[in-house]
Design a protein around this ligand. Sequence first.
Ligand SMILES: [Cu+2]
Length: 328
Amino acid sequence: MNIPSSIVTLLVGIFVTLASLWYGQNHGLMPVAASSEAELVDGLFNVMMTIGFGLFLLVEGALVVAAVRFRRRPGDEGDGEHLEGNIPLEIVWTAIPAVIVLGISIYSFDIYTRMGGLDLMNHSMAPTNAPAMQVAYQLKGGAAPLLAEAKAGMGLMPGQDESSVLSIDVKGLQYAFIFNYPNGIVDGELHVPVDRPVELNLNAQDVLHAFWLPEFRIKQDMIPGQDTKLVFTAIRPGTYPVVCAELCGPYHGGMRTQIIVDSAEDYATWVDSRLTAMAAGDRTIANLPKPPADRTETEYLNTFVEPMQLAVAPESLAMLHAHAHPSN
Ligand SMILES: [Cu+2]
């Protein structure tokens, strides 16, 4: 049977296209998408997986076909045919990747903009709490420049209402995240209501940390002396991990907590329960990694750092205690 090669090419093209489109939607590489930002990022990621899988099929397919079809036959001791250059083919395989890369770069910039990545351009941010850094910038540039005031990170999505934003301060320290809510609640876990933009103001107390929400597809450095921020909108109630993604010391691997996405009513109930507990005199920070009952915080933390001949930074403990006894 002799099928014309144009038909074979057409069939291969249809198969590769359909297989790539299917794989782009069914690769199963991402955890659940729990924020509106995650849907945008996944859209971009799926397009890249579609293109990448199509290229994989074409390249590996050509390799397998060539290995079988042009294999050395028994008794064939001759050289291969001499081939040199093919200008139209070279133009095609240069132009196609160029178009793909250009397309992905435009699409990814569009996603970045829609996620609020350019928000810091049109906002005047609260000044950083880093006098040393401001001085450094001012010495160089004279007038206080943009960088000392703007917070790097993701802002509001275009069109989102600034007045609806729930703003939470997050402090990273060896080895915990501490969340300060607007009404004075301090917690070791992040509680947010669903479908409402949340702004996290990130800061580190001791060393570089990175605040990562894998299910929300966002991550931001936490930098001592330089505030950063992340704005996101949770779209799926549930409990998801919060992970430190910057090697920050010997117990870095234990620097995780969770984000609890509640309905608006459940979130209000949680706020009320915490406010009631605080009014009753409970000043402890809930949900921090807990030392066993027979050991103090220092002893507990030292079990992680003693083998490395390191000490717990006294400021870290002071920070915990300052939150535990704000009246002192
Ligand atoms: Cu860390």
